[in-house]
Write a protein that binds this ligand. Structure first.
Ligand SMILES: [Zn+2]
Length: 425
């Protein structure tokens, strides 16, 4: 393999992902796919003579962002049942390729899948890893595991449709065991199980529990024995409690938890990904997308969100890692808007911009069990980084504006942004 030209980035403000104060005039040296040096410019060793230099004053350098609840195969559908009915696998795969590029170019150099149609995210993970297509480093989840009559079982029996792509319906301990083994066989890194419903599915609400603790436990046993993690879709407190008691590693949503959950989550050190923008966007924009106000009121989303903001703050204060990741892939919260979550963390949950950026970088790498490779800007780690015009500590919203992303770099490779061409030469 030929050696690439080193890159010396200097004079940027540096946020390294560890949460300490930023370095105002920093330097960072990229050699091959790694960070070779990073720190204050005045302490920097001379750049190698063959290095390209990039004067980045006025810009902020930070680790590549990590999206913790991504559905690459959801193609901005208008209703939940469309996921199954209007997403044939061929079209879905092509769209997923486009979403992966968009995600990366939005500054997200890594992502965690929260479920996919068929094995689309598994195939995407592998193709990205092999350099066949651009996209975030990905943990794949494959198909969801759901009970009969659970949240995803929305096609009436009389329709005789079944559901092949989105989920595996499994009931009882042995079927759950087989479903977990099947998802693992299909290549998943994370096994996703649906424990509760949600507000938009009136037949299976946020508080309803569709699995027993024993059923969830067997999924966890199978996954953990094979070195995989388990995420649970769970909104109500009781559903969250039994999920965590049964051993899940990641709670997706967790919006309606109580204080007992906060204590248990902290004790078990689970990750929580509330995926709030899915709900915020439909509350704000629902009528534009054909949802009558009466329907939106019935979802109780507005009330759920108000509760969720306070709950997420309580979790963070208790030491639980709560991560941004917004369930993008629906008409009202389309792919590409990923960084809206960071604004939500600051404006609604009340975290500081710095805490939010740690959650979006370092904590994401910990969820992915890749903290020795990514998540912070430190020597020896992969050069996954983002150079943004301005200061996200002053205005976190600038990360939503792709025209301000001067450079997105992944593994030392300039991906996108106006400075990408200068860097690659
Ligand atoms: Zn989701």
């Amino acid at each position: 393999m030929s050696e690439s030209t080193p890159l010396f980035i200097h004079s940027a403000r540096l946020i390294d992902g560890n949460g300490g104060p930023p370095i105002e005039r920093a330097a960072l040296l990229v050699q091959d796919d790694r960070i070779a040096w990073v720190g204050p410019l005045q302490d920097a060793p001379p750049a190698p003579p063959n290095a390209r230099t990039l004067d980045a004053r006025g810009r902020t350098l930070l680790p590549g962002l990590i999206e913790a609840h991504l559905h690459l195969s959801y193609r901005d559908v208008k209703e939940l049942p469309d996921l199954d009915l209007k997403c044939p696998v061929e079209e879905t795969t092509i769209r997923a390729v486009a979403h992966a590029r968009l995600c990366l170019e939005s500054g997200y150099t890594s992502a965690v899948s929260a479920g996919a149609l068929h094995r689309v995210d598994v195939a995407m993970r592998n193709a990205i890893r092999e350099g066949i297509i651009p996209g975030p480093r990905l943990l794949a989840a494959g198909r969801d595991i759901c009970a009969t009559g659970g949240m995803l079982d929305w096609n009436g029996s009389w329709l005789k449709l079944g559901m092949e792509g989105l989920g595996i319906f499994a009931d009882g301990v042995e079927e759950c065991r087989k479903a977990a083994r099947t998802v693992i066989k299909e290549g998943a890194d994370i096994v996703k199980v649906y424990v509760t419903g949600e507000g938009m599915i009136f037949e299976c609400t946020a508080e309803e529990i569709t699995y027993t603790e024993e059923e969830i436990r067997v999924v966890c046993e199978e996954a953990h024995r094979r070195g995989r993690r388990v995420s649970a879709h769970a909104r109500g407190a009781q559903g969250c409690l039994i999920s965590v008691r049964a051993g899940v590693d990641i709670i997706d949503h967790g919006t309606l938890i109580d204080d007992e959950c906060v204590d248990l989550f902290a004790e078990r050190d689970v990750f929580v990904v509330p995926a709030l923008n899915y709900q915020i966007a439909i509350v704000d924009r629902g009528p534009e997308f054909g949802f009558p106000q009466e329907f939106l009121n019935q979802t109780l989303y507005r009330e759920e969100l108000e509760t969720a903001y306070g709950n997420m703050k309580k979790l963070v204060d208790a030491g639980v890692r709560v991560l941004p990741g917004g369930d993008y892939g629906f008409a009202w919260c389309p792919h590409g808007e990923y960084a809206r979550d960071l604004q939500t963390f600051v404006e609604n949950i009340g975290l500081s911009p710095m805490q939010t950026l740690v959650a979006a970088t370092k904590w994401g790498s910990e969820l992915m069990q890749m903290e020795d490779q990514i998540g912070t800007l430190e020597p020896g780690k992969l050069a996954d980084l983002l150079l943004v015009e301005g200061d996200p500590l002053e205005d976190i919203r600038i990360l939503q504006n792709r025209s301000r992303l001067s450079l997105v770099m992944q593994g030392g490779k300039a991906i996108s942004g106006p400075l990408a061409r200068d860097v690659e030469g």
